[in-house]
Design a protein. Structure first.
Length: 116
């Protein structure tokens, strides 16, 4: 799978992601391949499950920014919604949003594993 095919597979805008990296596919490829090693999502899930909602909020916010920088549009949108659901407490829809973030994060990781 090419990098463009990866972005198509996850429903994100390849050209927009490329633009964020100065139109350098080499740089975009380098940074997007590092995404699976990032522990932000894991820390988010652990913090939420241990009811440390302040840390969960920070990790959701960090994930949102990371996804924005890499052009992972769907995961960015979901983590943004989760960030707001955790701002100042835990909104009723937070558990559902957390599951959506978990599912989409897994889908992105699976797609990245197919990059050639």
């Amino acid at each position: 799978m090419t990098l463009k095919e990866f972005y198509d597979t996850i429903g994100s805008d390849y050209n927009s992601a490329l633009l964020r990296m100065g139109n350098s596919e080499r740089i975009l490829d380098k940074f997007v391949r590092k995404f699976p090693a990032d522990k932000t999502a894991e820390q988010l899930f652990e913090a939420y499950e241990s009811e440390d909602y302040e840390t969960a909020f920070r990790m959701a916010h960090t994930l949102k920014g990371l996804c924005s920088n890499l052009g992972l549009d769907k995961l960015q949108k979901l983590s943004s919604e989760l960030t707001e659901a955790l701002r100042g407490g835990v909104a009723d829809n937070a558990p559902e949003l957390l599951e959506k973030v978990r599912e989409e994060h897994g889908a992105v990781i699976s797609a990245l594993e197919q990059l050639s």
